[in-house]
Unconditional design. Structure first.
Lengths: 288, 337
C-alpha cells in the first residue's frame, strides 16, 4: 500500500519535473538543457524574496515564477534564436548556460542544506493507514491541475493551437502566419515557468541544494526519453513507470540505487527503442 | 541605383602555389607550409624547458596536454565521425582506473601500464558503446552523457575499487623530465597520427559515414564496424589521458568521471574551432591556463568557462583556428556589385 501511494506521489513529482522539458521540445524542438538550472534558480529566487525582502510565500512564489519565465525568454532571445536548427549547438549552449547559472549560485555561497522553502500547510493525513503530508497531496493536486491546464491551453486557445501547429509542421504553420520565434519564446517561457512551479512544489519537501539542478535534468531527460521525446502521453506513462520503479528500488534496495535505476532506464530505452516506448513513428529517421 | 559593396575572399598566391606537392620551388613556399606546424611542434617541445623557472606552470602544461588529447577525441568523433560524445570523462575514468589496477595488482611500471590501460580501456569503452552506435545526434549525445554518471553511481553503490575514496598509492614517475616529455611527445604523435588516419582510406569512409551513412551502407560497407573503430581511436586518446593522469596524481578515483573532463574539451574544441584537430589543441592551449588562473575563484571558474563557451557558440561559431587559417591563406577586398 505504501508503495502504491508513494509511487503515485513520486510519479507526479516526475511529471512536474519533466513536463516543462517535454513541452518545450514537443512544441519547438528545442532541447532546453538549462531546465534543471531554472529549477534551482526558481527555488533560490523564492528563498531570496522571502528572507531578504521579507515577502510572504505566495507573492514570492509568483515573482519567482515570473523571473523563471523571464530567464526562459532571455535564453531564447539571446542564445537559441541565433543558433536555432543546429541541434548540437543548442544542446551545448543551453547546457553551458545551465551550468553557469547553477555554479553562480554555488559561488554566491548557496550550499549546504540551510535553505528551505515553507510548506503551504503543515499536517499529515492517513490514507489507508499510510501517513501522507499535505505537501505531497498538493504535489499530486497541482500535477493534475497543471496537466489539465496545459491540455486545455493547447486544445482551445489560439496561442496554444499555434504552438501545436508549429510542432506538427513548421513550414505550413509559418505560411499561415504563425511566428516561429514568437512560439519559441512562448514555449521557453512556459517551460521555464513549469520548471519553476515544480521547484516551488518540491523544494519544501527537502532543502534547496545546487546539486538538485543536475539531478532534475537527469530525471527530466529520463522521463522524456523513456516516454519518447516530445510525446505528452508518453511522458505521463513514463513518469508513472519510473516513479514506481524508483520507489520500489528505494524500498527494497537502497537510496543510492535510485539514480542507477534511472540512468539504466535511459540507456536501456535508447538502445532498445530510441524513439521511446510510447513515441510514434520516428524510428526510421533516428536510427540508422 | 546605389551601388553596394561586397567583401570578396581570394586565396593568396603563395597558398595556391604551395598547394601542389611537386611545385615547391622556393624557401618561402616551404616556410609558408612549415611555419604553423613548426610553431606547434616547437612550442610543445620547448615548453617544458621554457617553463623550467615556473614549476607550477610545468604541471599546467601536463594538464594542457591531457585536455588537448580529450579535445582531439571529441573533435574527431564530432566533426569526422558525426557522433557528438558528451561523455569524455567516461574514457578518462576507465583509463585511470585501468592504469591504477594494472599498476597495483599486476605490478606494471607506468611505461607499460599507461599504453596497456589505454588499449584495454579503449576496447572496454568500445564494447560498452557498441549497442549505442546505431544512434545519432541528440540521442547519442544524451546516452554518452549518462555513461560517466552511471559509472560513478555504480562504483559508489557497490563500493568497487575503494568506493568513494578511490585507489591510493599508484606509482608515480621517477623523473619529472620523463614525465613531461613522455606526455608532450605522445600528444604530438597522436595528433599527427590521427590527422594522418583521417586522410587514409579509413578516414575517407568515416567522412562518408558522417555525410551520408545510408549510401556508405549501400556500398556494402559495414558502418557499425567502421564506427566502432572510430570510437576505439577516440577512446584510446581519452583512456591514455586518464591513465597518464592516474600516474601523475598517483591516485584514481571518482573525480575522474567528473564533468570537467567532458565539458572543458568541448569548450576547447568550440573555441579553437572544430574539424581540424589542430583547433582542439589550440583551444586547450588557450583555455586551460585561463582556467588555472581562475582557480582561486572556485566555482566561478566553471561559470566563466560556460559563458565563454556560450558566447563563442553564439557569436563566432567557426572557432579561432578556422578564422586564423582563413587569414593566413586568403586575403579580403571590397568589390563593387
Amino acid at each position: 500500500m505504501e508503495i502504491i501511494i508513494y509511487g503515485i506521489v513520486n510519479s507526479f513529482k516526475l511529471i512536474l519535473i519533466a513536463f516543462g522539458f517535454t513541452l518545450v521540445y514537443g512544441t519547438s524542438r528545442l532541447p532546453n538543457f538549462a531546465h534543471g538550472a531554472i529549477f534551482v534558480f526558481t527555488g533560490f529566487v523564492a528563498w531570496i524574496m522571502m528572507h531578504k525582502l521579507n515577502l510572504p510565500f505566495l507573492p514570492a512564489a509568483v515573482l519567482a515564477l515570473a523571473s523563471a519565465a523571464l530567464v526562459g525568454v532571455v535564453i531564447y532571445q539571446f542564445i537559441l534564436k541565433r543558433i536555432r536548427g543546429m541541434s548540437m549547438n543548442e544542446i551545448i549552449a543551453t547546457y553551458a548556460i545551465g551550468v553557469a547559472l547553477i555554479e553562480t549560485f554555488r559561488w554566491l555561497g548557496f550550499k549546504g542544506t540551510t535553505f528551505t522553502l515553507p510548506v503551504l500547510r503543515e499536517g499529515v493525513v492517513f490514507i489507508a493507514d499510510v501517513p501522507v503530508d499535505y505537501q505531497r497531496l498538493l504535489v499530486v493536486a497541482i500535477g493534475i491541475v497543471m496537466l489539465a491546464a496545459v491540455w486545455a491551453f493547447t486544445k482551445f486557445t489560439r496561442t496554444g493551437l499555434a504552438l501545436r501547429g508549429i510542432a506538427q509542421d513548421e513550414r505550413a504553420a509559418m505560411m499561415l502566419g504563425i511566428d516561429a520565434d514568437m512560439t519559441g519564446t512562448l514555449a521557453m517561457a512556459l517551460g521555464s515557468a513549469l520548471s519553476g512551479l515544480a521547484a516551488l512544489m518540491l523544494f519544501p519537501l527537502g532543502s534547496i541544494v545546487v546539486e538538485a539542478g543536475y539531478n532534475t535534468l537527469v530525471f527530466a531527460l529520463a522521463v522524456c526519453i523513456v516516454g519518447g521525446i516530445g510525446s505528452w502521453g508518453g511522458t505521463i506513462m513514463a513518469a508513472f513507470v519510473l516513479g514506481f520503479l524508483q520507489v520500489i528500488t528505494v524500498t527494497y534496495l537502497a537510496t543510492h540505487f535510485q539514480m542507477v535505476v534511472t540512468l539504466a532506464a535511459i540507456i536501456a530505452t535508447l538502445i532498445i527503442r530510441p524513439s521511446g516506448f510510447f513515441g510514434k513513428h520516428k524510428e526510421l529517421e533516428e536510427r540508422v | 541605383m546605389k551601388t553596394g559593396k561586397r567583401r570578396e575572399r581570394i586565396d593568396r598566391g603563395i597558398k595556391v602555389r604551395s598547394d601542389g606537392l611537386y611545385a615547391l620551388s622556393s624557401w618561402r613556399e616551404i616556410a609558408y607550409l612549415l611555419a604553423p606546424r613548426t610553431l606547434l611542434i616547437g612550442g610543445f617541445l620547448l615548453a617544458p624547458l621554457l617553463l623550467l623557472l615556473f614549476p607550477y606552470w610545468q604541471k599546467v602544461l601536463l594538464i594542457v596536454c591531457i585536455y588537448a588529447l580529450l579535445a582531439m577525441a571529441f573533435d574527431f568523433l564530432a566533426n569526422y565521425v558525426g557522433l557528438v560524445c558528451l561523455g569524455g570523462s567516461f574514457f578518462v575514468g576507465v583509463g585511470g582506473y585501468g592504469a591504477a589496477l594494472l599498476n597495483k595488482y599486476c605490478g606494471l611500471a607506468p611505461f607499460l601500464s599507461i599504453p596497456l590501460a589505454a588499449l584495454l580501456g579503449a576496447a572496454f569503452c568500445t564494447l560498452l558503446l557498441l549497442p549505442c552506435l546505431p544512434l545519432r545526434g541528440v540521442y547519442f549525445a544524451i546516452i554518452t552523457l549518462m555513461y560517466p554518471l552511471m559509472a560513478t553511481r555504480i562504483i559508489e553503490a557497490f563500493e568497487l575499487f575503494g568506493g568513494t575514496n578511490g585507489m591510493m598509492d599508484v606509482a608515480g614517475f621517477a623523473n619529472p623530465w620523463i614525465e613531461q616529455y613522455f606526455l608532450v611527445t605522445a600528444t604530438l604523435l597522436l595528433l599527427f597520427g590521427l590527422r594522418r588516419l583521417a586522410v587514409e582510406d579509413l578516414g575517407l569512409v568515416i567522412k562518408g559515414i558522417k555525410d551520408n551513412d545510408q549510401s556508405v551502407r549501400a556500398s556494402g560497407i559495414n558502418i557499425t564496424f567502421i564506427k566502432a573503430q572510430a570510437i576505439f581511436y577516440a577512446a584510446f586518446l581519452g583512456c591514455f589521458a586518464g591513465a597518464y593522469l592516474a600516474h601523475v596524481y598517483m591516485w584514481a578515483g571518482l573525480s575522474m568521471f567528473a564533468l570537467d573532463f567532458s565539458i572543458i574539451p568541448i569548450a576547447a574544441t568550440v573555441v579553437g574551432g572544430g574539424g581540424s584537430l589542430m583547433g582542439a589543441v589550440l583551444g586547450a592551449v588557450l583555455l586551460v591556463p585561463l582556467s588555472e588562473a581562475l582557480r582561486a575563484f572556485g566555482p566561478l571558474r566553471i561559470v566563466v568557462y560556460s559563458l565563454i563557451l556560450t558566447v563563442v557558440i553564439v557569436i563566432k561559431g567557426e572557432g579561432l583556428l578556422n578564422y586564423l587559417a582563413r587569414k593566413y591563406s586568403q586575403f579580403e577586398r571590397w568589390v563593387e556589385i
